[in-house]
Design a protein around this ligand. Structure first.
Ligand code: TTP
Ligand code: MG
Length: 677
């Protein structure tokens, strides 16, 4: 909950408390422009008051407010010499970032309109023109544009949506259908960019530079043609944005939604004009917490203001966070396509009609092993951790993994080990089987070390962020320990979708540049705000045994800013210290590792909100912790390592806690106590 007046007041003191109740549900999505916002706020407030969700929002808000106060106080203490020092730092960084600007490429971001709802309407045309939502009374996945006019939107509990729009028709999800239509759209995307990057079932990034050049036509024409083709192939409308980089293309695709497009020319002036009035929240990677902090502490509302307040941002935030903000102010974003050489895993999965026929399940498994093996051999990959993913008739997702002594790639080897994993689960009634191979033979896969990949700026502006190219939201279980045979009996219910051939790409920063412990600037936590809907990635060090291992936690989506305590040291150099984050991950890609709250991967904004809460909590803890600045470098390293061990233990403990089943189920999270539906 945000209090726009910046003060905490109880609802008894405020006759209209809903006015300051801003949650993900009250955020406008495309098609919600004319909505009576106060009416929606009131309904959402009244309906969620007393729920765990509401309590969580209140706690979150209290943390954020404290954080804001603390940061304001710190800013107030900055003296003129300090500010002018950081002004020079900011000016230098802006020049350096500007030098990385690449206007040579054209990116197209395509996003299907009300995707699940549109697919459902195709199969049941009687829904056309009527307000409808896909999902259930406890949570809806999306709403059509007719329903959005009432304030109904994705990630909203269905009972609130029904209150906002009593005629709302509910349609249950059918992921097989969405996957089928997604495949049809992807066939079209392929014609324009065979290496297109799918961010979810309904959105993709295409580098259209070559196709524009080869055919001598503009981005506007390509976007029009692609949208027409998608409609002809799938009967669905989509919206597109074309821009010099992916960050801007994504913003552009939302401008004329639904069934529209917006093209930003490859021209610096055009980009700067576009960005000058762009609200910061439009940028992927800037969520509610970051927005509040930037607005309430620094008075930053638009992207351009990031540059104007550069000195303060550089004074208060870590290098990486300040760099991210400054690059947003310059309208910079990723312009290249990650290469397959950075792939960390390869997988294949199939959805089918529910069956418990053992012979049939083994046949499916053999087909998937065959497909996976063919893909691996095409890429020259061999791996030694094999993970089996199963989705049961009741949408429960299980993952089982085994790490082998030798590297494998043949279908026989894959099937042999996968069969052992499957056998242990039988009898079981399944709707999906998936297989994933990780832990590749390093020599074959690792790219040669590239010194240009070592800087964060490079990382951010060159687009080498780790992401799955196909099926970003549906990785096999993320909580996989590669070092031993896992038989994790934890299961989770997932509403997630099926995808095939998921690829993950490693982070070259992780792969090639382990920080040097003797480096005075070494930081144990590197927050990287990747700038698209694809969640932010965390590059974090975990201490495993005696060796430091960098691990990319997929699926973490902290909307957060990394603040760093900074001093001007006597010789006028900048000294920095930064604390390690608590490890925040979605166990089995579903359950929060810190508190056990369940949230399906497709609930992007909900997850972001949730991680915001933990971020705020962590910042709070950091503030009450001791100040690392006064420690020597060696002491700092030792302490940080100790913290790593503690946090690692905490995670283990958390898992035990979750196994005892004390987590909060998602329905309970949103529902009021004693509510009957
Ligand atoms: P979106 O592209 O965010 O939404 P949309 O396609 O329904 O509507 P539009 O793009 O026109 O604004 O998400 C694509 C699909 O992902 C959506 O149809 C349903 C699913 N989804 C969820 O399941 N939960 C969520 O919280 C969101 C945002 C989407
Ligand atoms: Mg969409």
């Amino acid at each position: 909950m945000e209090r726009s007046d910046g003060e905490c007041a109880s609802s008894s003191e405020n006759p209209r408390p809903w006015q300051s109740y801003h949650t993900v549900y009250t955020n406008a999505k495309a098609g919600m422009d004319g909505v009576d916002k106060e009416k929606v706020q009131k309904v959402v407030y009244e309906m969620s008051k007393g729920s765990k969700y509401f309590e969580n929002e209140e706690r979150k808000e209290a943390f954020i407010q404290q954080k804001i106060e603390h940061m304001r106080a710190r800013c107030a203490k900055l003296t003129s010499p300090v500010i002018s020092h950081y002004q020079k730092v900011a000016d230098k960084r802006i020049l350096e970032l500007e030098a990385t600007r690449d206007l040579s490429r054209s990116w197209l971001h395509v996003d299907m309109d009300a995707f699940y709802a549109a697919v459902e309407t195709l199969s049941n045309p009687s829904l056309k023109g009527k307000p409808m939502a896909v999902g259930t009374m406890s949570m809806i996945c999306t709403a059509n544009y007719e329903a959005r006019r009432f304030g109904v939107r994705a990630a909203m509990p269905g009972f609130i949506a029904r209150k906002l729009c009593p005629e709302l028709i509910f349609v249950p999800t059918d992921f097989t259908k969405y996957t089928y239509y997604s495949d049809l759209t992807r066939k079209v995307f392929c014609k324009y960019d065979p290496n297109f990057m799918a961010a979810s079932l309904d959105e993709a990034y295409l580098d259209i530079t070559e196709v524009c050049r080869e055919r001598g036509i503009s981005g506007i024409e390509i976007a029009e043609e692609l949208r027409t083709s998608v409609y002809e192939e799938a009967g669905l409308t989509c919206s597109a944005g074309v821009a010099p980089n992916r960050l801007l293309a994504k913003v552009c695709s939302d401008i004329n939604k639904p069934n529209g497009q917006f093209v930003l020319p490859n021209d610096r002036m055009a980009v700067m004009t576009f960005i000058s009035s762009l609200p910061i929240r439009k940028i992927g990677g800037i969520g509610k917490v970051t927005e509040h902090i930037l607005r309430d502490v620094f008075g930053i509302n638009t992207c351009e203001e990031m540059l104007q307040k550069g000195s303060l941002l550089c004074a208060v935030f870590s290098h990486s966070t300040a760099d991210f903000f400054l690059s947003v102010g310059l309208g910079l974003g990723s312009t290249n396509t990650p290469q397959a050489r950075f792939r960390k895993s390869i997988s294949s999965e199939r959805t089918f009609s529910v069956t418990e026929d053992k012979a049939l399940l083994y046949r499916k498994l053999a087909e998937i092993a065959e497909m996976l093996s063919a893909d691996m051999q095409k890429e020259g990959l061999r791996g030694r951790t094999l993970t089996l993913k199963l989705k049961t008739a009741s949408f429960e997702v299980r993952t089982r993994a085994v790490t082998l002594q030798k590297y494998i790639s043949s279908s026989e080897d894959i099937l042999k080990h996968a069969s052992v994993l499957l056998k242990a689960e039988l009898p079981v009634s399944l709707r999906l089987i998936g297989l994933r191979v990780t832990q590749f033979n390093e020599d074959k896969v690792r790219a040669p070390s590239d010194p240009t990949q070592k800087t964060l700026t490079n990382f951010m502006t060159s687009g080498h962020a780790s992401k799955k190219i196909v099926g970003d939201q549906n990785s096999l279980g993320s909580d996989i320990n590669d070092d031993c045979l896992i038989d994790d009996k934890e299961t989770s219910v997932s509403l997630d979708v099926s995808e095939t051939n998921n690829y993950e790409f490693g982070d070259p920063v992780c792969d090639n540049s382990l920080p040097d412990l003797n480096d005075e600037n070494c930081s144990f936590s590197n927050k990287i705000s990747e700038v698209e809907k694809i969640h932010e990635n965390e590059v974090s060090q975990l201490l495993e045994g005696n060796s430091l291992v960098l691990r990319q936690e997929e699926g973490s989506c902290c909307d957060g800013v990394e603040e760093v305590d900074k001093d001007i040291t006597p010789d006028n150099k900048v000294g920095t210290s930064s604390n390690q984050k608590d490890q925040f991950i979605w166990l089995d890609d579903y359950k929060c590792s810190l508190c056990g709250t369940e949230m399906p991967p497709s609930f992007i904004e909900e997850r972001q909100e949730h991680s915001d809460f933990h971020l705020a909590e962590r910042l709070q803890k950091e503030e009450s912790g001791s100040d690392l600045r006064i420690l020597t470098h060696r002491e700092r390293c030792v302490r940080t390592q100790r913290d790593h061990i503690a946090s690692h233990r905490k995670r283990k403990k958390q898992k035990l806690f979750e196994k005892e089943g004390t987590h909060i189920p998602i329905d309970m999270f949103f529902a009021k106590r004693n509510r009957n539906f």
